[in-house]
Design a protein around this ligand. Structure first.
Ligand SMILES: Cc1ncc(COP(=O)(O)O)c(C=O)c1O
Ligand SMILES: N[C@@H](CCOP(=O)(O)O)C(=O)O
Length: 465
Protein backbone atom coordinates (compact mmCIF):
# COMPACT_ATOMS: atom_id res chain seq x y z
CA UNK A 1 0.00 0.00 0.00
CA UNK A 2 1.30 3.44 -0.92
CA UNK A 3 0.78 6.63 1.07
CA UNK A 4 0.20 9.86 -0.83
CA UNK A 5 0.22 13.51 0.18
CA UNK A 6 -2.96 15.57 0.40
CA UNK A 7 -1.21 18.25 -1.67
CA UNK A 8 -0.24 15.91 -4.49
CA UNK A 9 3.39 17.00 -4.94
CA UNK A 10 5.42 14.92 -2.46
CA UNK A 11 6.64 11.44 -3.39
CA UNK A 12 4.40 8.50 -2.50
CA UNK A 13 5.86 6.46 0.37
CA UNK A 14 5.56 2.97 1.80
CA UNK A 15 4.21 2.40 5.33
CA UNK A 16 7.53 2.57 7.15
CA UNK A 17 8.64 5.76 5.43
CA UNK A 18 5.24 7.38 5.90
CA UNK A 19 5.51 6.69 9.65
CA UNK A 20 9.01 8.18 9.83
CA UNK A 21 8.28 11.17 7.59
CA UNK A 22 5.33 12.79 9.38
CA UNK A 23 4.62 15.90 7.36
CA UNK A 24 4.98 15.50 3.57
CA UNK A 25 7.62 17.63 1.81
CA UNK A 26 4.88 19.64 0.03
CA UNK A 27 3.33 20.55 3.42
CA UNK A 28 0.52 18.00 3.06
CA UNK A 29 -0.41 15.00 5.18
CA UNK A 30 0.02 11.38 4.18
CA UNK A 31 -3.06 9.22 3.59
CA UNK A 32 -3.34 5.71 2.13
CA UNK A 33 -3.78 5.71 -1.62
CA UNK A 34 -6.68 3.25 -1.20
CA UNK A 35 -8.50 2.09 1.88
CA UNK A 36 -9.17 -1.54 2.76
CA UNK A 37 -12.94 -2.14 2.70
CA UNK A 38 -14.42 -4.97 4.80
CA UNK A 39 -17.75 -6.57 3.94
CA UNK A 40 -20.47 -7.15 6.53
CA UNK A 41 -19.68 -10.85 6.94
CA UNK A 42 -16.02 -10.12 7.67
CA UNK A 43 -16.81 -7.42 10.21
CA UNK A 44 -19.46 -9.65 11.83
CA UNK A 45 -16.92 -12.47 12.16
CA UNK A 46 -14.86 -10.20 14.45
CA UNK A 47 -17.58 -10.03 17.13
CA UNK A 48 -16.16 -11.15 20.46
CA UNK A 49 -12.52 -10.65 19.52
CA UNK A 50 -10.28 -9.08 22.15
CA UNK A 51 -9.28 -5.47 21.48
CA UNK A 52 -5.78 -6.64 20.56
CA UNK A 53 -7.02 -9.31 18.13
CA UNK A 54 -9.34 -6.79 16.46
CA UNK A 55 -6.51 -4.25 16.21
CA UNK A 56 -4.45 -6.84 14.35
CA UNK A 57 -7.20 -7.41 11.75
CA UNK A 58 -7.73 -3.70 11.13
CA UNK A 59 -4.11 -2.53 11.14
CA UNK A 60 -2.64 -5.40 9.09
CA UNK A 61 -3.75 -4.20 5.62
CA UNK A 62 -2.27 -0.73 6.26
CA UNK A 63 1.09 -2.18 7.28
CA UNK A 64 1.11 -4.15 4.06
CA UNK A 65 3.93 -6.56 4.82
CA UNK A 66 6.29 -4.02 6.43
CA UNK A 67 5.97 -6.10 9.62
CA UNK A 68 5.47 -9.85 9.81
CA UNK A 69 2.22 -10.99 11.48
CA UNK A 70 4.21 -12.03 14.53
CA UNK A 71 5.94 -8.63 14.74
CA UNK A 72 2.68 -6.73 14.40
CA UNK A 73 0.99 -8.91 17.03
CA UNK A 74 3.89 -8.39 19.43
CA UNK A 75 3.75 -4.59 18.99
CA UNK A 76 -0.01 -4.59 19.61
CA UNK A 77 0.33 -6.81 22.71
CA UNK A 78 2.99 -4.52 24.19
CA UNK A 79 0.98 -1.40 23.33
CA UNK A 80 -2.09 -2.41 25.31
CA UNK A 81 -0.38 -4.31 28.15
CA UNK A 82 -0.21 -1.16 30.28
CA UNK A 83 -3.96 -0.42 30.12
CA UNK A 84 -5.79 -0.63 33.44
CA UNK A 85 -8.96 -2.35 32.13
CA UNK A 86 -9.06 -5.77 30.46
CA UNK A 87 -11.59 -4.51 27.91
CA UNK A 88 -9.04 -1.79 26.96
CA UNK A 89 -11.93 0.45 25.77
CA UNK A 90 -14.91 -0.35 28.03
CA UNK A 91 -18.43 0.94 27.34
CA UNK A 92 -20.63 2.42 30.08
CA UNK A 93 -24.30 3.26 29.57
CA UNK A 94 -25.38 6.75 30.66
CA UNK A 95 -28.80 7.07 29.03
CA UNK A 96 -31.26 5.56 26.57
CA UNK A 97 -29.09 4.10 23.82
CA UNK A 98 -26.33 6.45 24.99
CA UNK A 99 -22.92 5.01 25.78
CA UNK A 100 -19.60 6.32 26.99
CA UNK A 101 -16.54 4.71 25.40
CA UNK A 102 -13.83 5.03 28.04
CA UNK A 103 -10.66 5.79 26.15
CA UNK A 104 -8.75 6.87 29.25
CA UNK A 105 -7.69 3.52 30.66
CA UNK A 106 -4.14 3.83 29.34
CA UNK A 107 -1.10 4.99 31.34
CA UNK A 108 -1.58 8.75 30.82
CA UNK A 109 -5.38 8.80 31.17
CA UNK A 110 -6.35 10.08 27.71
CA UNK A 111 -7.27 8.54 24.36
CA UNK A 112 -3.84 9.46 23.03
CA UNK A 113 -2.43 6.34 24.68
CA UNK A 114 -4.22 4.14 22.15
CA UNK A 115 -2.10 5.43 19.31
CA UNK A 116 1.02 6.57 21.12
CA UNK A 117 1.65 3.34 22.98
CA UNK A 118 1.38 1.63 19.59
CA UNK A 119 3.55 4.23 17.82
CA UNK A 120 6.22 4.11 20.54
CA UNK A 121 6.67 0.35 20.16
CA UNK A 122 6.46 0.62 16.37
CA UNK A 123 9.22 3.26 16.27
CA UNK A 124 11.32 1.23 18.67
CA UNK A 125 11.05 -1.72 16.27
CA UNK A 126 11.72 0.22 13.05
CA UNK A 127 14.63 2.28 14.43
CA UNK A 128 16.36 -0.73 15.98
CA UNK A 129 16.06 -2.58 12.66
CA UNK A 130 17.43 0.39 10.70
CA UNK A 131 20.02 1.25 13.40
CA UNK A 132 18.76 4.83 13.11
CA UNK A 133 18.51 7.65 15.66
CA UNK A 134 15.80 10.31 15.30
CA UNK A 135 14.49 13.44 16.96
CA UNK A 136 10.81 13.51 17.89
CA UNK A 137 9.29 16.97 17.99
CA UNK A 138 5.67 17.34 19.04
CA UNK A 139 3.14 20.00 20.02
CA UNK A 140 0.63 19.44 22.78
CA UNK A 141 -2.35 21.19 24.29
CA UNK A 142 -1.90 18.80 27.21
CA UNK A 143 -2.53 15.16 26.40
CA UNK A 144 -0.45 14.16 23.36
CA UNK A 145 2.70 15.30 25.19
CA UNK A 146 2.51 12.93 28.13
CA UNK A 147 1.28 10.04 25.99
CA UNK A 148 4.16 10.57 23.54
CA UNK A 149 6.70 10.77 26.34
CA UNK A 150 5.24 7.63 27.94
CA UNK A 151 5.28 5.88 24.56
CA UNK A 152 8.73 6.95 23.31
CA UNK A 153 11.01 7.71 26.26
CA UNK A 154 12.09 4.10 26.68
CA UNK A 155 13.47 4.07 23.14
CA UNK A 156 17.16 4.94 23.21
CA UNK A 157 17.13 5.83 19.51
CA UNK A 158 14.83 8.79 20.19
CA UNK A 159 15.39 12.24 21.66
CA UNK A 160 11.97 13.73 22.30
CA UNK A 161 11.05 17.42 22.51
CA UNK A 162 7.49 18.40 23.44
CA UNK A 163 6.19 21.97 23.19
CA UNK A 164 3.24 22.94 25.36
CA UNK A 165 1.64 26.38 25.78
CA UNK A 166 3.08 27.87 28.99
CA UNK A 167 0.46 28.04 31.78
CA UNK A 168 -2.29 26.79 29.46
CA UNK A 169 -2.38 23.11 30.39
CA UNK A 170 -3.71 21.73 33.67
CA UNK A 171 -1.23 21.12 36.52
CA UNK A 172 -1.80 17.38 36.23
CA UNK A 173 -1.14 17.47 32.49
CA UNK A 174 2.03 19.52 32.92
CA UNK A 175 3.38 17.33 35.69
CA UNK A 176 2.69 14.17 33.71
CA UNK A 177 5.20 15.51 31.16
CA UNK A 178 7.70 17.46 33.21
CA UNK A 179 8.30 14.90 35.94
CA UNK A 180 9.76 12.43 33.45
CA UNK A 181 13.45 13.14 34.00
CA UNK A 182 14.92 10.71 31.45
CA UNK A 183 17.91 12.18 29.59
CA UNK A 184 16.21 11.86 26.19
CA UNK A 185 13.05 13.76 27.25
CA UNK A 186 12.75 17.57 26.98
CA UNK A 187 9.72 19.71 27.72
CA UNK A 188 9.46 23.23 26.34
CA UNK A 189 6.85 25.58 27.81
CA UNK A 190 6.31 27.99 24.94
CA UNK A 191 5.16 31.54 25.59
CA UNK A 192 2.32 31.19 23.12
CA UNK A 193 -0.77 29.08 22.51
CA UNK A 194 -1.20 25.59 21.07
CA UNK A 195 -1.46 26.86 17.50
CA UNK A 196 1.94 28.56 17.94
CA UNK A 197 3.41 25.26 19.18
CA UNK A 198 1.89 23.34 16.27
CA UNK A 199 3.04 25.95 13.69
CA UNK A 200 6.55 25.76 15.04
CA UNK A 201 6.63 21.99 14.85
CA UNK A 202 5.29 22.01 11.28
CA UNK A 203 7.78 24.70 10.22
CA UNK A 204 10.58 22.60 11.72
CA UNK A 205 9.50 19.59 9.66
CA UNK A 206 9.55 21.73 6.51
CA UNK A 207 13.19 22.78 7.06
CA UNK A 208 15.19 20.37 9.21
CA UNK A 209 18.59 21.97 8.57
CA UNK A 210 18.81 23.04 12.24
CA UNK A 211 19.22 19.41 13.34
CA UNK A 212 22.61 17.83 14.00
CA UNK A 213 23.89 15.96 10.95
CA UNK A 214 22.37 12.55 10.34
CA UNK A 215 19.20 13.22 12.34
CA UNK A 216 15.65 13.57 11.01
CA UNK A 217 12.42 14.61 12.69
CA UNK A 218 9.64 12.13 13.44
CA UNK A 219 6.12 13.25 14.31
CA UNK A 220 4.08 12.07 17.28
CA UNK A 221 1.17 14.38 16.54
CA UNK A 222 -1.70 13.13 14.46
CA UNK A 223 0.03 14.38 11.32
CA UNK A 224 1.70 10.96 11.64
CA UNK A 225 -0.49 8.46 9.78
CA UNK A 226 0.15 5.70 12.35
CA UNK A 227 -1.68 7.80 14.98
CA UNK A 228 -4.88 7.89 12.92
CA UNK A 229 -4.60 4.25 11.90
CA UNK A 230 -4.47 2.99 15.49
CA UNK A 231 -7.52 5.08 16.42
CA UNK A 232 -9.74 3.46 13.75
CA UNK A 233 -9.83 0.27 15.82
CA UNK A 234 -12.00 1.50 18.68
CA UNK A 235 -14.82 2.57 16.36
CA UNK A 236 -15.10 -1.03 15.15
CA UNK A 237 -14.73 -2.33 18.71
CA UNK A 238 -17.56 -0.17 20.09
CA UNK A 239 -19.84 -0.89 17.16
CA UNK A 240 -19.33 -4.66 17.44
CA UNK A 241 -20.19 -4.51 21.14
CA UNK A 242 -23.48 -2.74 20.34
CA UNK A 243 -24.78 -4.96 17.54
CA UNK A 244 -22.74 -3.75 14.59
CA UNK A 245 -22.29 -4.28 11.74
CA UNK A 246 -25.93 -5.42 11.53
CA UNK A 247 -26.97 -2.16 13.14
CA UNK A 248 -25.68 1.36 12.55
CA UNK A 249 -24.11 3.27 15.44
CA UNK A 250 -23.46 7.02 15.81
CA UNK A 251 -20.44 8.62 17.46
CA UNK A 252 -20.01 11.94 19.22
CA UNK A 253 -16.40 13.05 19.35
CA UNK A 254 -14.86 15.94 21.30
CA UNK A 255 -12.76 17.52 18.58
CA UNK A 256 -9.66 19.72 18.31
CA UNK A 257 -7.11 18.63 15.73
CA UNK A 258 -9.74 16.46 13.97
CA UNK A 259 -7.63 13.30 14.26
CA UNK A 260 -9.95 11.25 16.43
CA UNK A 261 -13.11 11.92 14.44
CA UNK A 262 -11.23 11.49 11.17
CA UNK A 263 -10.43 7.94 12.32
CA UNK A 264 -14.21 7.43 12.69
CA UNK A 265 -14.75 8.76 9.19
CA UNK A 266 -12.22 6.22 7.89
CA UNK A 267 -13.97 3.42 9.80
CA UNK A 268 -17.16 4.30 7.96
CA UNK A 269 -15.35 4.32 4.60
CA UNK A 270 -13.92 0.92 5.48
CA UNK A 271 -17.39 -0.59 5.75
CA UNK A 272 -18.54 0.09 9.32
CA UNK A 273 -22.16 1.28 9.33
CA UNK A 274 -22.03 4.70 11.04
CA UNK A 275 -25.17 6.84 11.00
CA UNK A 276 -23.80 10.12 12.34
CA UNK A 277 -20.41 11.51 13.27
CA UNK A 278 -20.95 14.44 15.61
CA UNK A 279 -18.17 17.00 15.89
CA UNK A 280 -18.26 18.41 19.44
CA UNK A 281 -16.33 21.65 19.98
CA UNK A 282 -15.76 24.11 22.82
CA UNK A 283 -15.71 27.89 22.29
CA UNK A 284 -12.90 27.38 19.76
CA UNK A 285 -15.59 26.41 17.32
CA UNK A 286 -14.08 26.77 13.86
CA UNK A 287 -15.15 23.25 12.89
CA UNK A 288 -18.69 23.81 14.13
CA UNK A 289 -18.92 27.08 12.20
CA UNK A 290 -17.56 25.35 9.13
CA UNK A 291 -20.03 22.44 9.17
CA UNK A 292 -23.04 24.52 10.20
CA UNK A 293 -22.42 27.72 8.19
CA UNK A 294 -19.45 27.16 5.85
CA UNK A 295 -17.53 29.68 7.96
CA UNK A 296 -13.98 28.40 8.32
CA UNK A 297 -12.40 31.60 9.58
CA UNK A 298 -9.73 31.86 12.25
CA UNK A 299 -10.81 33.70 15.41
CA UNK A 300 -8.66 34.56 18.43
CA UNK A 301 -8.06 31.44 20.51
CA UNK A 302 -10.11 31.28 23.73
CA UNK A 303 -8.69 29.63 26.87
CA UNK A 304 -11.41 27.28 28.03
CA UNK A 305 -11.99 24.73 30.78
CA UNK A 306 -11.45 22.01 28.16
CA UNK A 307 -7.89 23.15 27.32
CA UNK A 308 -6.91 20.15 25.22
CA UNK A 309 -9.41 21.34 22.60
CA UNK A 310 -8.16 24.93 22.56
CA UNK A 311 -7.12 24.61 18.94
CA UNK A 312 -8.01 26.83 15.99
CA UNK A 313 -6.12 25.23 13.12
CA UNK A 314 -7.17 21.56 12.98
CA UNK A 315 -4.44 19.63 11.17
CA UNK A 316 -6.47 16.66 10.07
CA UNK A 317 -9.32 18.61 8.56
CA UNK A 318 -7.05 18.76 5.51
CA UNK A 319 -7.27 14.96 5.25
CA UNK A 320 -11.06 15.19 5.09
CA UNK A 321 -10.94 18.05 2.58
CA UNK A 322 -8.76 15.89 0.34
CA UNK A 323 -11.62 13.37 0.09
CA UNK A 324 -14.32 16.04 -0.18
CA UNK A 325 -12.44 17.47 -3.18
CA UNK A 326 -12.10 14.07 -4.86
CA UNK A 327 -8.44 13.76 -3.87
CA UNK A 328 -7.39 16.75 -5.94
CA UNK A 329 -4.05 17.83 -4.42
CA UNK A 330 -3.96 21.11 -6.37
CA UNK A 331 -7.37 22.12 -5.00
CA UNK A 332 -6.20 21.40 -1.44
CA UNK A 333 -3.01 23.41 -1.94
CA UNK A 334 -5.13 26.33 -3.12
CA UNK A 335 -7.54 26.02 -0.18
CA UNK A 336 -4.74 25.83 2.38
CA UNK A 337 -3.03 28.86 0.83
CA UNK A 338 -6.33 30.72 1.09
CA UNK A 339 -6.69 29.65 4.75
CA UNK A 340 -3.25 31.06 5.61
CA UNK A 341 -4.74 34.51 5.14
CA UNK A 342 -7.42 33.75 7.75
CA UNK A 343 -10.35 31.97 6.15
CA UNK A 344 -11.43 29.53 3.47
CA UNK A 345 -14.78 28.82 1.85
CA UNK A 346 -15.69 25.29 0.88
CA UNK A 347 -17.51 24.53 -2.37
CA UNK A 348 -21.24 23.79 -2.16
CA UNK A 349 -20.54 20.23 -3.29
CA UNK A 350 -17.95 19.68 -0.55
CA UNK A 351 -20.41 21.00 2.05
CA UNK A 352 -23.13 18.59 0.91
CA UNK A 353 -20.73 15.66 1.15
CA UNK A 354 -19.46 16.71 4.58
CA UNK A 355 -22.98 17.15 5.96
CA UNK A 356 -24.08 13.72 4.74
CA UNK A 357 -22.13 12.17 7.64
CA UNK A 358 -20.99 14.97 9.94
CA UNK A 359 -22.98 17.29 12.13
CA UNK A 360 -21.55 19.63 14.73
CA UNK A 361 -22.17 21.34 18.04
CA UNK A 362 -20.49 23.97 20.20
CA UNK A 363 -20.62 24.20 23.98
CA UNK A 364 -19.24 27.00 26.19
CA UNK A 365 -17.71 26.49 29.64
CA UNK A 366 -20.81 27.29 31.70
CA UNK A 367 -23.04 24.83 29.83
CA UNK A 368 -20.28 22.23 29.95
CA UNK A 369 -20.13 22.50 33.76
CA UNK A 370 -23.90 21.98 33.92
CA UNK A 371 -23.55 18.79 31.89
CA UNK A 372 -20.91 17.39 34.29
CA UNK A 373 -23.22 18.24 37.18
CA UNK A 374 -26.45 16.82 35.76
CA UNK A 375 -24.91 13.60 34.44
CA UNK A 376 -23.28 13.02 37.82
CA UNK A 377 -26.50 13.70 39.71
CA UNK A 378 -28.55 11.33 37.53
CA UNK A 379 -26.08 8.49 37.04
CA UNK A 380 -23.18 8.93 39.47
CA UNK A 381 -20.85 9.01 36.45
CA UNK A 382 -18.19 11.73 36.46
CA UNK A 383 -17.32 13.16 33.03
CA UNK A 384 -14.19 15.09 32.18
CA UNK A 385 -14.80 18.51 30.54
CA UNK A 386 -14.00 17.31 27.00
CA UNK A 387 -16.24 14.27 27.27
CA UNK A 388 -19.04 16.43 28.71
CA UNK A 389 -19.01 18.49 25.52
CA UNK A 390 -19.33 15.28 23.50
CA UNK A 391 -22.24 14.06 25.61
CA UNK A 392 -24.19 17.29 25.16
CA UNK A 393 -23.42 17.32 21.43
CA UNK A 394 -24.82 13.79 21.18
CA UNK A 395 -27.97 14.72 23.06
CA UNK A 396 -28.55 17.80 20.93
CA UNK A 397 -27.68 16.37 17.52
CA UNK A 398 -28.97 12.79 17.54
CA UNK A 399 -31.31 12.31 14.65
CA UNK A 400 -32.58 8.88 15.68
CA UNK A 401 -33.18 7.74 19.27
CA UNK A 402 -33.22 4.08 18.27
CA UNK A 403 -29.62 4.23 17.00
CA UNK A 404 -27.04 3.82 19.77
CA UNK A 405 -24.84 6.87 20.18
CA UNK A 406 -21.35 6.38 21.53
CA UNK A 407 -19.71 9.39 23.21
CA UNK A 408 -15.95 9.11 23.16
CA UNK A 409 -14.58 9.75 26.67
CA UNK A 410 -11.26 11.21 25.65
CA UNK A 411 -9.80 11.89 29.10
CA UNK A 412 -10.13 10.90 32.76
CA UNK A 413 -11.73 13.60 34.96
CA UNK A 414 -8.76 13.48 37.35
CA UNK A 415 -6.71 15.32 34.70
CA UNK A 416 -8.95 18.38 35.11
CA UNK A 417 -9.75 18.75 38.83
CA UNK A 418 -10.28 22.52 38.47
CA UNK A 419 -13.18 22.11 36.05
CA UNK A 420 -14.69 19.20 37.94
CA UNK A 421 -14.60 21.21 41.18
CA UNK A 422 -16.23 24.15 39.42
CA UNK A 423 -19.02 21.81 38.38
CA UNK A 424 -19.71 21.45 42.10
CA UNK A 425 -18.76 17.83 42.60
CA UNK A 426 -17.41 18.43 46.11
CA UNK A 427 -14.17 16.50 46.02
CA UNK A 428 -11.38 16.23 43.51
CA UNK A 429 -11.46 13.07 41.40
CA UNK A 430 -8.66 10.78 42.57
CA UNK A 431 -5.67 10.04 40.39
CA UNK A 432 -5.08 6.34 39.77
CA UNK A 433 -2.61 4.54 42.01
CA UNK A 434 0.41 4.88 39.68
CA UNK A 435 0.08 8.68 39.77
CA UNK A 436 -0.59 9.14 43.50
CA UNK A 437 2.71 10.94 44.14
CA UNK A 438 2.56 13.12 40.97
CA UNK A 439 2.60 16.37 42.95
CA UNK A 440 5.65 15.34 44.97
CA UNK A 441 7.80 14.51 41.95
CA UNK A 442 10.59 16.81 40.72
CA UNK A 443 9.80 18.78 37.54
CA UNK A 444 12.12 19.79 34.68
CA UNK A 445 11.14 22.05 31.78
CA UNK A 446 12.40 25.03 29.85
CA UNK A 447 10.32 28.17 29.32
CA UNK A 448 11.10 29.57 25.86
CA UNK A 449 9.96 32.63 23.93
CA UNK A 450 7.61 32.16 20.99
CA UNK A 451 10.58 32.23 18.65
CA UNK A 452 11.39 29.39 16.30
CA UNK A 453 15.13 30.05 16.35
CA UNK A 454 15.27 29.79 20.14
CA UNK A 455 13.31 26.54 20.05
CA UNK A 456 15.36 24.99 17.26
CA UNK A 457 18.61 25.99 19.00
CA UNK A 458 17.37 24.27 22.17
CA UNK A 459 16.50 21.12 20.20
CA UNK A 460 19.83 21.04 18.37
CA UNK A 461 21.85 21.62 21.57
CA UNK A 462 20.05 18.96 23.56
CA UNK A 463 19.99 16.21 20.94
CA UNK A 464 22.40 13.52 22.12
CA UNK A 465 25.39 12.77 19.88
C1 LIG B 1 -8.98 15.15 26.06
C2 LIG B 1 -9.05 15.48 24.62
N1 LIG B 1 -10.23 15.44 24.01
C3 LIG B 1 -10.36 15.72 22.71
C4 LIG B 1 -9.28 16.10 21.95
C5 LIG B 1 -9.49 16.37 20.49
O1 LIG B 1 -8.98 15.31 19.72
P1 LIG B 1 -8.54 15.57 18.21
O2 LIG B 1 -7.42 16.54 18.27
O3 LIG B 1 -8.09 14.24 17.71
O4 LIG B 1 -9.72 16.12 17.51
C6 LIG B 1 -8.02 16.18 22.54
C7 LIG B 1 -6.79 16.59 21.82
O5 LIG B 1 -6.72 16.92 20.70
C8 LIG B 1 -7.90 15.83 23.89
O6 LIG B 1 -6.71 15.83 24.47
N1 LIG C 1 -5.28 17.80 22.13
C1 LIG C 1 -3.99 17.47 21.66
C2 LIG C 1 -3.48 18.41 20.60
C3 LIG C 1 -2.54 17.73 19.66
O1 LIG C 1 -3.28 16.85 18.87
P1 LIG C 1 -2.70 15.64 18.06
O2 LIG C 1 -3.77 14.61 18.14
O3 LIG C 1 -2.43 16.13 16.71
O4 LIG C 1 -1.44 15.16 18.70
C4 LIG C 1 -3.08 17.36 22.85
O5 LIG C 1 -3.55 16.99 23.89
O6 LIG C 1 -1.90 17.63 22.77
Amino acid sequence: MKYISTRGQAPALNFEDAVLTGLASDGGLYVPETLPVFDTATIASWAGLSYQALAFEIIKPFVDGALSDAELKAIIEKAYASFRHDAIAPLVQTGHNEWILELFQGPTLAFKDFALQFLGHLLDHILAKRKQKVVVMGATSGDTGSAAIEGCSRCDNIDIFILHPHKRVSDVQRRQMTTVLAKNVHNIALEGNFDDCQNMVKASFADQSFLPEGRQLVAVNSINWARIMAQIVYYFYASLALGGPHRAVSFSVPTGNFGDIFAGYLASKMGLPIEQLIIATNANDILHRCISANDHSKQPLVHSLSPSMDIMVSSNFERLLFDLYDRDGAAITELMTQFKSGTMTLSAEAMVKARSLFSSYRLGDEEMLTVIQTVFERTGYLLDPHTAIGVQAARSNRSNQSTPVVCLATAHPAKFPEAVMKAGQGQEPALPHHMQDLFEREERYEVLANDIHAVQKFVATNTRK
